[in-house]
Design a protein around this ligand. Structure first.
Ligand SMILES: Nc1nc2c(ncn2[C@@H]2O[C@H](COP(=O)(O)OP(=O)(O)OP(=O)(O)O)[C@@H](O)[C@H]2O)c(=O)[nH]1
Ligand SMILES: [Mg+2]
Length: 194
């Protein structure tokens, strides 16, 4: 069986909800009590079967910007997809996302690498627990301009989290010929990840 590896990274400011997105997707759990959810390893793995090909997806997390700076350029090496994460109730996290984090990812990832913009903590706004600091239209228009997708998520209530990863992984499979060189061709029809 052929094994193909894909690398996805999440970047964004401290506390925007990067780890929560990954834990919801890979383990279907959410921790609202603990504001310092740390992964026990730097990445999580999810595997998919595409006909006779195994697609192994590594989802890399960072622990906030300070630690990230020491991780540096090598973190971006071999990246197939970048999730740019900000918190829709935190204006500064959006500003940094569309400047610093976007520019970093553009500079250090391959030209055909996929990118997606994610606004987190939608539930806080929907339940009127916190004020929205970034309108949907503003984030969407930045994403449109850059030719990337924009989604708003809630890791707490599992809104759009699966869709985020499914769209990203499907996009990578379709645009980056990840199975190229494998002996077994795959049938595109069978490649819908969800
Ligand atoms: N209500 C709500 N809270 C969230 C959501 N996502 C994350 N949080 C909370 O926001 C805080 C930070 O979430 P993390 O997932 O640890 O954020 P992070 O980006 O990984 O943070 P660092 O690793 O410190 O950079 C935690 O208290 C989470 O419970 C969400 O969708 N809704
Ligand atoms: Mg984290």
């Amino acid at each position: 069986m052929e094994k193909t590896i894909v690398k996805i990274i999440l970047v964004g400011d401290l506390g925007v909800g990067k780890t929560s997105l990954t834990l919801r997707y890979t383990e279907d759990r959410f921790d609202s009590e603990n504001s310092f959810i740390l992964l026990d390893q730097d990445f999580k793995i999810k595997e998919f079967l595409f006909d006779r090909n195994v697609l192994r997806v590594y989802i890399w997390d960072t622990f906030g910007q300070e630690k990230f700076k020491t991780i540096g350029v090598s973190f971006y090496r071999g990246v197939n997809g970048t999730v740019l994460v900000f918190d829709i109730t935190n204006r500064a996290s959006f500003e940094r996302c569309i400047t610093f984090w976007f520019n970093e990812a553009k500079r250090y990832t391959r030209v055909n690498s996929e990118m997606v913009l994610i606004g987190t903590k939608l539930d806080l706004v929907e339940h009127k627990i916190a004020e929205r600091a970034v309108s949907y239209e503003e984030a969407k228009s930045f994403a449109d301009e850059m030719g990337i997708q924009y989604l708003e998520t809630s890791s707490k209530y599992n809104l759009n989290v699966t869709q985020l990863y499914a769209d990203l992984i499907n996009g990578i499979v379709e645009s980056q010929n990840v199975f190229e060189g494998n002996n077994h061709n795959y049938n595109k029809k069978n490649c819908i990840i969800n």
